[in-house]
Write a protein that binds this ligand. Structure first.
Ligand code: HMG
Ligand code: MG
Length: 299
């Protein structure tokens, strides 16, 4: 019972670049994002409007949004942590905003300097303010499958956070395996519980990091459970600087390859996607972990 098409949401320009030591020029970011939309990706998280002292690599979010060439069918999104971030994002005319909270209180504190309870009123303001401007809001939950500081996370806690986020008005929740610790059985267990509780998985996405090489196995289980939206990062770039041991997201091109081979449409042009991966690898000047990219480079 697999879907006939899947939506791949590209988070590389945000999740991928937030962790990079080498600073990427605005011009290179803009070129890369344009290449991403040219490859057929229709949802791109371009940056975040967070504190520049916390994430220096993305302090140029305004300029990036100003300069990108907007494909009429693509959604250009940004991550925001608070009302100030929302105001900056709205002033930059982002199409859609993402908010985030961690299932682990310790990680939440390290990432945004707040407890979970202190975070909800902030999210409430951000979501209300965005919806008032007719912008949809997506919600991320980090550390859904385990945390380097707190260990395993109870499924009931994840359910509770999902319920709160939907109640606050997000249209979709992206379940984050921030440190790439999830295994297929665990993914199946969580998704079965969420499906039973919420009635369907239509409003859920999966966001895997590939730290232990299980991203593609976990994605397959998600697909079989009914998930139709996956986050990926081109080349497998990425990681959260405030989560010990976090490495890159699952590579968008590896996900796209699996899906297309299985007869599931992504509407992405593989050649154009590969060119975009080669471009950002050159800019960053270090090898990226994606299987497809490395195969391609070997000719
Ligand atoms: P704080 O220090 O508690 O903030 O940080 P504050 O409210 O006390 O403000 C301190 C200063 O920051 C003030 O400036 C504010 O104006 C400024 P000052 O008066 O000192 O000159 N400030 C801002 N500046 C620009 N944009 C803003 C903003 N807000 C405050 N939006 C804060 C709290 C939330 C700001 C900070 O902790 C922060 O920016 N954290 C973001 C960290 C981050 O981006 N982490 C990675 C993303 S999450 C992730 O990777 C997981 C995910 O991928 C899913 C997964 O993988 O699981 C989503
Ligand atoms: Mg992430």
């Amino acid at each position: 019972n697999l879907p006939s098409r899947v939506i791949l949401k590209e988070v590389g320009p945000r999740d991928g670049l937030q962790h990079e030591k080498r600073s990427v020029s605005i011009a290179n970011k803009v070129t890369w994002i344009n290449m991403l939309s040219d490859s057929g990706l229709r949802y791109i998280e371009c940056s975040s409007f967070v504190s520049s002292s916390w994430i220096p690599a993305l302090s140029d979010a305004e300029e990036v949004f100003k300069q990108i060439k907007r494909h009429p069918d693509a959604i250009y999104c940004a991550l925001v942590p608070n009302v100030k971030g929302m105001e900056r994002a709205l002033a930059s005319n982002v199409d859609e905003l993402s908010v985030f909270i961690s299932a682990s209180g310790t990680h939440n504190r390290k990432n945004i300097n707040k407890s979970k309870q202190e975070t909800y009123p902030v999210l409430d303001k951000v979501i209300k303010g965005s919806l008032a401007e007719k912008k949809r809001v997506r919600g991320y939950i980090s550390m859904v499958f385990g945390c380097p500081y707190e260990g395993e996370i109870a499924i009931d806690e994840v359910k509770k956070i999902c319920e709160k986020l939907f109640h606050l008005g997000v249209y979709e929740i992206s379940l984050g395996d921030t440190i790439g610790i999830a295994h297929p059985k665990q993914v199946e267990r969580l998704l079965t519980e969420l499906k039973n509780y919420f009635g369907s998985l239509d409003n859920f996405a999966l966001h895997f990091h590939d730290t232990r090489g299980l991203g593609i196995a976990n994605s397959l289980v998600g697909l079989q459970a009914g998930i139709q939206t996956f986050d990926g990062s081109l080349g497998g770039l990425g990681g959260c600087p405030y989560a010990k041991g976090a490495s890159g997201n699952i590579a968008t091109e590896d996900l796209a390859f699996m899906l297309e081979q299985m007869g599931i449409a992504t509407f992405i042009q593989p050649e154009a996607l590969m060119n975009a991966a080669i471009f950002i690898e050159k800019v960053l000047n270090h090898n990226l972990p994606s299987h497809q990219l490395n195969l391609y480079k070997k000719g």
